[in-house]
Design a protein around this ligand. Structure first.
Ligand SMILES: [Ca+2]
Length: 328
C-alpha cells in the first residue's frame, strides 16, 4: 500500500488497482472532489474495480491540476465525461451479466426439459407405433370383412337364384298341370254339352216333339186346376198357344172329338181379360164361333176343341195338354 499525501484537512479511503488508497484532501479541492468518481469503502460494497481504476486515474488528473484554482472549470468537464463513460461501462456490464444469467437459465432449462423431452418423445414414438399397429389391424379386419361380405353376397345370390329357380320350376309345373286340367275340363265340357244337347233336344218318352217344345197329351180327364198341377209335377205347364203356327202344328197332334184344357183363363179382377198362365197378355186367339160366351157367368177357363177354343167352367173334367221347352 502506498500513501499519497495531498494538502488536506480530511482523510478518505479509496481503492486503486486492487490497493487500498488513503487520500488526504486539501480544502481547496473539496468542491472539485465532489465530482470525482469514488465511493467510500464502508458505504458501497458494489463498487467495481473498473470504476475504481477510472476514479483513480481521474484523481491523478485532479492532483496534477489541483495546484491552481484557475483550472477548476476544465476539470469539471473532464469529470462529467468520465462519469458518462462509467455509466456506459456499467450498462455494458449489466447487459453482460444479464446475458450470462439468460445463458445460465437457458442451460438450466435445457437440462431440465431435455430428459422430459426424451421421455415424451419415447411415449410419442410408442403411441405412434401403437397407432400404426392399430391401423394395420383395422385394415386387416376391414379386408377380412370385405371378403366375408363378398362371400355372403355370393351365397345370398345363389340362394335367391335357387329360390327363384325353384319357384319358377314350381310355377311352370303348376301351369302345366293347370293347362292339362283345363284341357280335361274343356273335353268334359264338350262331352257334357253334347250330352245336354242330346238330353234337351230329345223330348221325354211319351212326349211329342214340335218346334222348340215338347207336348204331352193326357189320357185322363181332370179339372183345370188339377190338370195344371199335373203338368207342374213333370216340370211343364198347361199349354200356352202363342201364335198360329204353334196352334196349327199342335192341332195335328190332337185326337179328334177330344177336348183339352189349355193354359188360358180369365183375369181374376177383370173377367173380360184373358191371361196365359205366365201372366202374359193374349196376342193370338183361336176362339170358336160365338165364343167365349161366358155362359151362365161361370166359364172362367179355356179349352181346345181339338182346334178352336171355348170357355167353360174350370171344374169341368177334360183332357189336358202339357208343354215344356225342348232346350235346356
Ligand atoms: Ca163357352
Amino acid at each position: 500500500m502506498k500513501k499519497t499525501e495531498v494538502p488536506t484537512r480530511r482523510q478518505e479511503n479509496y481503492y486503486e488497482e486492487d490497493t487500498y488508497v488513503n487520500v488526504t484532501r486539501p480544502d481547496e479541492t473539496k468542491e472539485r472532489d465532489t465530482y470525482r468518481n469514488y465511493k467510500p469503502k464502508s458505504s458501497d460494497s458494489s463498487f467495481s474495480f473498473g470504476e475504481l481504476n477510472a476514479g483513480f486515474s481521474d484523481l491523478a488528473d485532479v492532483n496534477i491540476s489541483s495546484a491552481s484554482t484557475s483550472s477548476r472549470l476544465p476539470d469539471l468537464e473532464v469529470v462529467s465525461s468520465v462519469k458518462q463513460q462509467k455509466v456506459q461501462r456499467s450498462m455494458v456490464m449489466v447487459l453482460a451479466v444479464l446475458m450470462v444469467i439468460v445463458f445460465i437459465l437457458l442451460v438450466v432449462f435445457i437440462a431440465i426439459t431435455y430428459p422430459q423431452y426424451l421421455t415424451v418423445s419415447g411415449e410419442v414414438a410408442d403411441i405412434q407405433h401403437n397407432v400404426s399397429e392399430f391401423q394395420k389391424q383395422a385394415m386387416e379386419e376391414r379386408d377380412n370383412l370385405k371378403i366375408k361380405m363378398a362371400d355372403l353376397s355370393n351365397a345370398l345370390d345363389l340362394t335367391v337364384s335357387g329360390l327363384v329357380d325353384d319357384k319358377r320350376h314350381n310355377a311352370s309345373k303348376f301351369m302345366k298341370n293347370a293347362m292339362e286340367e283345363w284341357d280335361n275340363m274343356k273335353t268334359k265340357m264338350v262331352d257334357l254339352s253334347n250330352l245336354l244337347d242330346n238330353i234337351c233336344t230329345v223330348c221325354p218318352l211319351g212326349w211329342h216333339t214340335l218346334g222348340s217344345s215338347c207336348y204331352y197329351l193326357s189320357e185322363e180327364q181332370r179339372s183345370w186346376n188339377s190338370a195344371r198341377d199335373e203338368c207342374y209335377k213333370v216340370s211343364s205347364y198347361l199349354v200356352m198357344i202363342k201364335d198360329r203356327n204353334e196352334s196349327d202344328s199342335l192341332n195335328t197332334l190332337l185326337t179328334s172329338n177330344r177336348k183339352y184344357w189349355i193354359g188360358l183363363r180369365r183375369d181374376s179382377k177383370d173377367i173380360h181379360i184373358w191371361k196365359w198362365l205366365d201372366g202374359s197378355e193374349v196376342t193370338f186367339t183361336n176362339w170358336a164361333v160365338n165364343e167365349p160366351n161366358y155362359h151362365s157367368s161361370r166359364e172362367h177357363c179355356a179349352e181346345s176343341l181339338s182346334g178352336p177354343w171355348n170357355d167353360l167352367s174350370c171344374s169341368e173334367q177334360r183332357y189336358y195338354i202339357c208343354e215344356k221347352n225342348r232346350f235346356c
